[in-house]
Design a protein around this ligand. Sequence first.
Ligand code: SER
Length: 590
Amino acid sequence: MDSNELRRIYLKFFKEKNHEIIPSASIMPENDPTVLFTTAGMHPLQIFLMGQPHPAGNRLANCQKCIRTIDIDEVGDANHLTFFEMLGNWSLGDYFKEEAISMSWEFLTDARWLGLDPEKISVTVFAGDDEVPRDEESAESWHRMGIPNERIYYLGRSDNWWGPAGDTGPCGPDTEMFYDTGKDPCSETCSPGCNCGKYFEIWNDVFMSYNKKSDGTYEKLRQHNVDTGMGIERTVAVLNGMETVYEIDTIAPLVEKVVKLAQIKDQPNEEQTRAIRIIVDHIKAATFILGDDKQLRPSNLGQGYVLRRLIRRIIRQANLLNIKQRFLPELSQTVIDLYREIYPELARNNNFILENLSQEEQKFSAALRRGIRKFNQILKEKNIITGKDAFLLFTSFGFPLEITTELAAEKNIVIDIEAFKEEFEHHRNLSRKATAGTFQSGLADHSEKTTRLHTATHLLQQALRDVLGDHVEQRGSNITPERTRFDFSHSRNLSAEEIKNVEDIVNQKIQEALPVRKEILTPQEAQKQGALGFFEERYEGKVSVYSVGSFSKEICTGPHVKNTHDIGRFKIQKQRNIGSGLIRIRATVE
Ligand code: SER
């Protein structure tokens, strides 16, 4: 049975049981600022579990796309994933324990549905504690289904209590269903809940009858709810007797592609297997985040930053596998094609997904190559990587701290983060001081030529960040009708190749004839949207923000051209290292 079939029959079963099938919600929660991504099917339903009537009724079921980053460091083993699909059914104040358990049992064991051998199923129920009593009711229901007492296990809060999804909200005791894979037990105490692989959790029925309040205490909810969750990937693996989720239909084709890209001929070794799995899991997560109709891009904030880190980890792992070519858009297209029927938003946002992956890949691959070379060189010379070295890698090579930390950890070196931060602040202050006078200078006049150069300067800053890294920040600019002069934070001269890359990106954006748009925002809104600007300076009231297509966004007073095709051809004429960690570029347009 593959994922499509499991999804289909699950929803069919619950439709027959009078459930309304609702669509998957966005992967980014609408009403819960405490969590970045939708982590379970119940997550978008929280207000209805709290008592508000749901327009589709009080029996619901669906398949929800989910992201959980909490176990991101475990990805690479047999079964951890950050992206997964969760099947679920809900009772909003309708049926409770007995009916939920009997439906779960029927779906698992009846030959019309999954037809699993009842002998191989064991369950866990909540053992009770000071606040909430032992869940005898569920245990009795399981007993009535035919599960003997030896296969009903009582566990505590860490195993048999679920929720809330965020800091507060609906939660309750749960009962989990496990399938015995037939493996030998790992020890005498091996039982459901043990991670050795003998017992595979396939379904969780939560009896959501409590609300966790902000002071940490629990109160009874007005209504008794049921929230169940069955992870598609794990269940398909179990149903097919597979050892890992990486063998199932929505994952194996991706594994195959990566193996081919890495030109691995024999069985991948342990390190390669881990890298392949991280790449495959993360490309799915990144594709689904970019494929959401919210059109979130990689950035340095919140969800955008998680997205950026996922993509960077893929590239880093690909580097370990010696994959030389760019491959993200191609691999992502396979994800889109696997899921386009079920999640049409992926097809709708196909170009957006590929474009962003390709840009981010281009940006980061170059930085990674340069950074690793420098990292190894420092290590060879000094046998250690200090916080100061990590800062050098960041500011001169655009090498993010998290990657330096990861590389160092592989060599059993711990990076002194505090020293890194001190260095960062010290240099920032120095370069600010060095250019304090040139900030205001800006434009010599508002002539047509100066305006064209001004918009080109915005493109230049973003192109520099793309090529060199996010440490690049404007420290001063001076624009006359003849040329733009742009000072920015970076501590070494650019190579000929880097100059060419920057010019190419700017000219590419000019050719794309991107519209230039002005918006009036509060400084907070501007910052949240990732606009570039000096946020340490205090802006009074609102600010104007200029966007060039979706390529660049800066706080600025203008004026600018209306469309980048008005700029003409862009050329860098000169560069100079002016000290204090600053580079000055002079450029022209023709
Ligand atoms: N919310 C529960 C879980 O995620 C059941 O759906 O396991």
